[in-house]
Design a protein around this ligand. Structure first.
Ligand code: CU
Length: 323
């Protein structure tokens, strides 16, 4: 903890915020494909999705995709929970930062910080505890939420052309970020515009730092499209902003344990195995951003929950029933 305190003294929260996201390393495989998986669709669905697949600590996906509205279908073909957040990389002093810069200057620093929180020696002694000057300019622009073993998450967002990184910063039980293990990959978004329209939502959600998660409409059994609007965005105590994830609750789900798990900056936070089955969601976006989350639900008990410290106290834990 001594090291992180030193780090925090010399680094503003936004800086830390950006750095954290760059930590996760993996390889995902994306398969551009047409949708053939859903036969019963109440809402029109984009014709094409960018398929991102994890078969281990990796991401497989196309290296280059069009700009505009983009549906990411994330296939988690592993037996632990993952997600990915999409980060727009900055130009700094005339130099376009890429995934290689993240792997060199951000991932090792966040790992060292986590190691310090866990009372361990730094995994990357040469990297130190300070994020690079350009880190605060990394912009989180959304992505699919937490998705449990062998699940598929689908989230639509609008992307501007540029150089991006996707990463998963869920942790192994020993505190090793999945990004450190390889769950980080670059993505180029081209000037060419996709011909996709955003899907038509049956439920509308608004997220804000003042009112938490507000939901207008009822989720039903079968397919739902939830629009998620970011009314504002603010760094929380864990230096990241807020987002929203969908969890399926069981009779014995410990809601306090679930709430505590949503904070990466604690030893047990965001470590696999996750305490519930997650079904996707919308990753952190800037104020004014909108994401569309597609979920297919069975009757049961569910919760929307943000990946922040103390989500319940912030109005960022909302349970609901699907009949
Ligand atoms: Cu992961």
């Amino acid at each position: 903890m001594r090291c992180i305190m030193r780090y925090l003294n010399t680094t503003n929260p936004q800086k830390l915020y950006g750095l954290f996201f760059s930590i996760l390393a993996a390889s995902i495989v994306i398969i551009a494909c047409t949708d053939s998986t859903t036969s019963k669709q109440r809402n029109p669905e984009p014709a094409k999705a960018i398929v991102v697949t994890s078969t281990g600590m990796n991401f497989d996906l196309p290296g280059q995709i069009p700009s505009g509205w983009t549906t990411f279908r994330y296939q988690n073909k592993t037996d632990i929970t993952h997600f990915f957040v999409i980060e727009k990389m900055p130009e700094f002093e005339g130099d376009q930062k890429t995934v290689e810069d993240s792997k060199e200057e951000i991932v090792p620093v966040f790992q060292n910080i986590m190691d310090d929180i866990n009372g361990k020696d730094p995994s990357f002694p040469d990297a130190g505890f300070e994020l690079p000057e350009w880190y605060p300019n990394v912009l989180f622009v959304g992505g699919p939420g937490l998705i449990g073993p062998n699940g598929t998450a689908e989230t639509t967002i609008r992307l501007s052309p540029g150089t991006y990184v996707i990463e998963c910063y869920v942790k192994m039980p020993d505190g090793t970020f999945h990004s450190t293990e390889g769950m980080i990959k670059g993505l180029e978004v081209t000037e060419e515009i996709s011909d996709i329209d955003p899907p038509d939502p049956n439920v509308e959600m608004t997220l804000s730092s003042t009112n938490g998660i507000e939901v207008d409409g009822n989720l039903t059994a079968g397919e739902n499209i939830v629009s998620v609007i970011y009314d504002d965005q603010k760094a929380q105590e864990h230096f990241l902003g807020f987002d929203v994830h969908l969890a399926r609750l069981e009779d014995d789900t410990d809601m306090d344990e679930l709430g505590a798990w949503m904070n990466w900056s604690t030893p047990n936070g965001l470590t696999t195995i996750a305490p519930v089955e997650f079904l996707g969601g919308a990753q952190e976006m800037p104020m004014g951003g909108t994401a569309y989350v597609k979920v297919n639900l069975e009757p049961g008990e569910y919760a929307w929950i943000a990946e922040v410290p103390n989500p319940a106290e912030k109005g960022m834990l909302k349970t609901f029933t699907v009949e």
